[in-house]
Design a binder for this molecule. Structure first.
Ligand code: PNW
Length: 477
């Protein structure tokens, strides 16, 4: 294979599951339908200055009202799996108390619609839409939120736990903790380092409680997973290794170590000792957090190059996390994120498929018994709609096809090196609400017209359909 990740014709193993991913707040809309309560993202997006252009998820892609059409779209693309998230405030409008029947019924209809079309549902219990009422009581800085999450998981498991074969608890707790409570770029927009670290622990605890609750109520022996956005850090110069140690500790080991090994990394506890004494970690928590897992979900987009800042001149901070006032790196404020060589996506994230191969191989070396699944990978580009001679709308998203081809090649190379990789969920099925960037960034393999809600498959979705059909990366023409 050539180093440029342009191999084609590579065949994926039998059983490898090709799918696509979305998240509730990003696509559903119908923010006050059928008893749904407000979430922290409703509050945040309705606060002036928080989301680009004042965009909100009130309507989003109107998926809630277009479920059948979207299910048919997935079937037309030949998806083998679909990863979606359940909006906690549809199930429990205030995060506590009895289930809201209409909310459960919606997700039941979704799961049954997938199964009827031969598409494997991959359920995420939490993709950032925390009930606002729980935030009012402290949100993820509070232990009570983790306990409530266990109850919520049980409610969902009781209803769907005879039909769902793969559950993931949390999506990217790194974002929830550090962007939500540290940098303030995400809801709830708090900017306190101590709060961010408390959130890390309570998210880990919530994961453990949810797996244990689900295990008690489900009847079909499903697989359990967590999805992490593990960061790939490249060291720069002499201070690079120390910088990597610090940010790897915060971004990766603070989640991997408790979830898979039942411990917190001592060096990170030391690095953050001035910020918090970690007294929110109670006896028995680490045993609860360490639940046997069947799969580790990996979200991958880009890499970072880091070194320690020498205190001279302007510190670079190209960490790709957008404008924010607080730090996403408590205890590692002196790590400098260097501008990386391009090419870049529309997010400004550098394109580096070697990071995906390195990450998968390194995880496999650290946890040889643990199967992996790419639960998100994809790219935003400023797609343009062209209307051809017979009036059909076309989106020639060659950049996205190229991005996906290279990353599927990287994944295939990891498989060839012995990694037990179970599947790949492309982010995203359709253009959607890209958090702080609103609707300005398009990640979909299907285009969404936000005036008419018309869905138009982009060229990349046809490319992907061919990959799924042939189980081989299509030849470059
Ligand atoms: C992930 N960062 O978000 C999420 O799981 C998706 O909901 C999101 O749409 C997708 O990636 C694309 O952004 C991230 O600042 C958001 O590093 C922000 C960051 C990383 C991932």
């Amino acid at each position: 294979g050539d180093p440029d990740y342009r191999d084609t014709g590579l065949e994926f193993p039998a059983g490898f599951v090709f799918g696509s991913a979305t998240a509730s707040y990003q696509i559903e809309g119908a923010h006050d339908a059928d008893g749904r309560g407000p979430s922290i993202w409703d509050t945040f997006s309705h606060t002036e200055g928080k989301v680009f252009n004042g965009d909100t998820g009130d309507v989003a892609c109107d998926h809630y009202n277009r479920l059948d059409e979207d299910l048919d779209l997935m079937q037309d693309l030949g998806l083998e799996s679909y990863r979606f998230s359940i909006a906690w405030p549809r199930i429990q409008p205030t995060g506590r108390g009895p289930a809201n029947e209409a909310g459960l019924a919606f997700y039941e209809r979704l799961v049954d619609g997938l199964l009827a079309r031969g598409i494997k549902p991959i359920v995420t219990l939490y993709h950032w839409d925390l009930p606002q009422a729980l935030e009012d009581d402290g949100g993820w800085t509070s232990r009570a939120t983790a306990l409530a999450f266990g109850d919520y998981a049980r409610i969902v498991g009781e209803r769907l736990g005879n039909r769902v074969a793969l559950w993931t608890t949390l999506n990217e707790p790194w974002c929830s903790a550090y962007l939500g409570y540290g940098s303030g770029a995400h809801a709830p927009g708090r900017t306190e380092s101590a709060a961010a670290l408390a959130a890390v622990h309570h998210l880990n605890l919530a994961h453990g409680l949810a797996v244990s609750a689900l295990r008690e109520v489900v009847t079909n022996n499903p697989d359990f997973a967590i999805t992490l956005n593990l960061h790939v850090f490249r060291p720069d110069g002499e201070t690079g290794p120390e910088a990597v140690r610090r940010v790897d500790g915060l971004a990766n080991r603070l989640f991997l170590d408790p979830v898979l090994n039942g411990s917190y990394p001592q060096d990170v506890l030391d690095d953050t000792a001035e910020i918090t004494d970690w007294s929110f970690v109670q006896d028995g928590d680490l045993e609860l957090i360490r639940q046997p897992l069947d799969v580790l979900g990996v979200n991958y987009y880009s890499t970072n190059r880091v070194r320690m800042w020498d205190g001279e001149g302007q510190k670079e901070s190209s960490d790709g996390h957008g404008a924010a006032t607080g730090t996403a790196w408590p205890g590692a404020e002196n790590v400098e994120f260097l501008q990386q060589p391009g090419p870049y996506t529309d997010m400004g994230w550098n394109i580096d498929p070697s990071g995906l191969e390195d990450l998968l191989v390194s995880l496999h070396e650290q946890f040889p018994e643990l199967p992996l699944m790419i639960t998100e990978n994809g790219a935003a580009f400023p797609d343009t709609v062209e209307v051809d001679a017979d009036g059909a709308r076309r989106i020639h998203d060659v950049d996205r096809i190229d991005y996906l081809r290279r990353h599927f090649t990287a994944a295939h190379r990891a498989v060839a090196r012995g990694v037990d990789l179970r599947g790949y969920q492309v982010w995203s099925l359709m253009d959607n609400f890209e958090w702080g960037y609103g609707y300005s960034k398009r990640f979909g393999i299907v285009h969404v017209d936000y005036d008419t809600f018309e869905r138009t498959p982009k060229d990349s979705s046809r490319w992907y359909a061919q990959l799924i059909r042939d189980r081989r990366i299509p030849p470059v023409d």
